[in-house]
Design a protein around this ligand. Structure first.
Ligand code: FRU
Length: 455
């Protein structure tokens, strides 16, 4: 634990240049993502006074006009006698269905989990807070919680307005299920259905559900349910999704897709969330970390970074349908994009988006300095990609060293877009069908990208 006075400034070794990180303290899940009055608002799981996740979660807050330059704002929600503030979302209650509005001021309503622990008692329930100043300050609802089923694992509400049924829909993760509720006013909730797959191992759980409407390549609407899948001891982790239909009460996954579908083959993409109110775009941000070692990473007064904002799209048809991801255009418009056509590229410090068209069917991309490296091995014929960061510098846990494997198929153009920023690498295949996010903690900046025929 560290007191605030000891915290070091904003420009230290592992501090990313263009990924969001908070000034000081601990950060995990993105919360309450919403585009409102010209700003992208990013709230997040935060402890301003500690650099570990230790019973005192708040909602931190930052905003940005362009998804690259972030302004950190005062903490939005702090723990109270009902518990600490776990993950959740924010909705724009334009019609003041909740009644929290005053005169012409309609509220932004935060729906979050109160996590209560005292001795052996552990409970999670859903609560509300509202803002009448565009999301800067919040007042907690006096009759919190609004949904308490007496459960211990019942968290991460995601609420959206169902235009057809003219009511709110809320998804909440409860162990290995997602429960779906409805409400007219955000205060009283009725359970509509429970979604589960029955294919989880006994210790596997879901967290941070999301349900988004997306368009297929041939212009049809599909609903995609996204969940973060983990184990109770936080070993296995990943963001999983299901493509299907939502009938206003239940989510029905399409049949025929046999394999488990994950958003990202990297180790460091968890608690994915999408912005509300971005019209028909689904812009998504995740916590770029992994519970297995997140609290052991080297720190200089802060811990936790977010992924680069990505735009999700659906690609392929029927049982080949999947989510693709591209770096959000706001980001590509602002960051340097460096096209590398040679086998070796050298610079003082790698930082930006590197575009690597490839001729090779098989080979290795090595990103590093003279001592430390991350290897990306690709084989288009076998349809495989592997990432090895076992010699990338400081190793915060065993899981960090495993060679992570991804699927590399359906690429018409060979090559990658690689986002490199101080302590993180995000790999996007040209089509956006294969994406992998990885942290690393090198002693010195990575300077070289080398492409080699050898695997
Ligand atoms: C996911 C998660 C959520 C919870 C939050 C607590 O990373 O475990 O389920 O609300 O983090 O910080």
């Amino acid at each position: 634990m560290m007191s605030k006075e000891n915290l070091i400034n904003y420009t230290d070794n592992y501090r990313p240049e263009f990924h969001y990180s908070c000034r000081s303290g601990w950060m995990n899940d993105p919360n309450g993502l919403i585009f409102f009055n010209g700003y992208y608002h990013l709230y997040y799981q935060h402890d301003p006074d500690r650099i570990v996740h230790d019973g005192s979660m708040h909602w931190g807050h930052a905003r940005s006009k362009n998804l690259v330059d972030w302004e950190e704002l005062p903490v939005a929600l702090s723990p109270d006698e009902k518990g600490e503030i776990f993950s959740g979302c924010i909705v724009d209650d334009r019609d003041n269905t909740s009644g929290f509005g005053e005169g012409d001021l309609t509220p932004l309503v935060a729906v979050f989990t109160h996590n209560f622990e005292s001795g052996t008692i552990k409970k999670q329930y859903q609560s509300l807070a509202f803002s009448l100043d565009g999301g800067i300050s919040f007042t907690k609802y006096e009759n919190n919680p609004v949904l308490d089923l007496g459960l211990q694992d019942f968290r991460d509400p995601k609420v959206f307005w169902d235009e057809k049924a003219k009511r709110w829909i809320m998804l909440v993760a409860a162990l290995n299920t997602v429960r779906i509720f409805s409400s007219e006013n955000l205060r009283a909730w009725t359970q509509e259905s429970v979604f589960s797959t029955g294919d989880l191992a006994e210790d596997e759980i879901w967290e941070c559900p999301d349900l988004v409407c997306m368009e297929t390549e041939d212009g049809k609407k599909k609903w995609v349910l996204i969940v973060s899948q983990n184990t109770l001891d936080y070993r296995k982790t990943g963001v999983r999704y299901f493509i299907g239909e939502f009938d206003g009460s239940s989510f029905l996954p399409d049949t025929g897709i046999s394999k488990k579908q994950f958003l990202d083959f990297g180790r460091d993409n968890y608690a994915a969330a999408t912005f509300q109110k971005t019209e028909n775009r689904n812009i998504q941000i995740s916590w770029m970390d992994c519970w297995a070692y997140a609290q052991n990473t080297p720190e200089k007064g802060f811990r936790g970074i977010m992924t680069i904002p990505r735009e999700l799209f659906l690609t392929g048809t029927k049982n080949k349908m999947q989510i693709g991801q591209r770096i959000a255009t706001e980001v590509t418009e602002r960051l340097p994009e460096i096209r590398i056509n040679s086998r070796r590229y050298d610079t003082g410090k790698l930082s930006g988006i590197y575009i690597l068209p490839l001729q090779l069917k098989k080979g290795r991309i090595r990103i590093g300095n003279t001592k430390e490296k991350v290897d990306i091995k690709f084989d288009y014929e076998a349809g495989e990609i592997y990432v090895d960061r076992s010699r990338s510098g400081f190793i915060p846990g065993d899981e960090f060293c495993e060679i992570k494997e991804g699927i590399l198929s359906g690429e018409t153009e060979k090559g990658f877009q690689i986002v490199i920023d101080t302590s993180s690498i995000e790999i996007f295949s040209m089509s956006g069908k294969t994406v992998g996010s990885f942290l690393y903690y090198a002693e010195r900046p990575f300077q070289t990208i080398e492409v080699n025929e050898e695997m």
